[in-house]
Design a protein around this ligand. Structure first.
Ligand code: FE2
Length: 265
């Protein structure tokens, strides 16, 4: 980051770094995701997601995905994939290579993650006319450390704009408190209300970016995205990092008992 980018990250809680990923890297992630999809048999997973009495199996499919490569469908359109998650960066060589390039390690250091750990990855499809909205949230709700260190790296693999459901953010609102925590309670998941402070009334800003851009998101920044109402896809790849110096909550949904977290090495 240059000085202006650094200042805007501190002020707004996010910053756009254009042309961070090469076209070749974007192509590599998109073709690898297409290969993973073509090798995926949706039958068993679809059963888990469609049958009413499969709630327990569905929870397990999700809870165990932190150390796996699993496929998730759109809630409103069960024939369409929503995303692949959540350990692509450790289990797939193409995602591993792109996620561990030296420029990303340097960026993590600049942001202040002294012992960066690559915690979670997602390949998000947001298909034309199908990809649903993602409501307002803070990433620290889902991936909590004490103190809060989670940082999101959001890579645009297609141009993202208001029509196809780009990110929306509330600039500066990362200085507010964490509102909610989503956590494990035994085999189930619960959401605790921590703080009732409403989101600031400053208007949300759309983060319209070109393919290859990286959006860095502070873990307390409220953000969202609209549905894809266009005829164009809006693929994105996201990585979430934490600092290994912070303590990782034992009741976070994402646990990797059989796959230790790694940094950039
Ligand atoms: Fe998020």
């Amino acid at each position: 980051m240059n000085a202006a980018q650094r200042a805007s990250y501190d002020r707004d809680g996010f910053v756009v770094l254009p042309d961070f990923l090469s076209g070749t890297d974007c192509d590599a992630l998109q073709s690898r995701a297409a290969e993973l999809v073509s090798g995926f048999d949706p039958g068993p997973t679809r059963t888990i997601f469609s049958t009413r009495d499969q709630g327990h199996a569905r929870d397990r499919y999700f809870l165990e995905s932190g150390g796996a490569v699993r496929f998730f469908f759109e809630e409103a359109a069960p024939e369409a994939l929503n995303k692949i998650g959540h350990a692509l960066h450790d289990l797939d060589p193409v995602f591993d290579r792109v996620s561990r390039q030296p420029r990303l390690a340097a960026l993590a250091r600049e942001i202040g993650l002294a012992r960066p750990l690559l915690l979670q990855s997602m390949y998000i499809f947001k298909s034309p006319g199908i990809g649903g909205e993602v409501g307002w949230h803070q990433d620290a709700t889902y991936l909590h450390t004490t103190p809060v260190t989670v940082t999101g790296f959001w890579f645009a693999l297609d141009d993202a704009d208001r029509e196809n459901g780009c990110l929306l953010a509330l600039p500066g609102a990362h200085r507010g408190p964490l509102r909610r925590r989503f956590r494990r309670a035994g085999e189930a998941m619960v959401t605790d209300e921590l703080n009732a402070t409403p989101w600031p009334t400053v208007g949300p800003v759309p983060i319209e970016v070109r393919r290859g851009s990286l959006v860095v998101l502070h873990g307390l920044l409220p953000h969202a995205s609209s549905a894809n109402r266009s005829s164009r896809p809006r693929h994105a790849y996201t990585l979430h990092l934490i600092d290994g110096r912070a303590s990782y909550d034992a009741d976070n949904w994402l646990q990797r008992p059989d796959l230790p977290l790694r940094g950039f090495a």
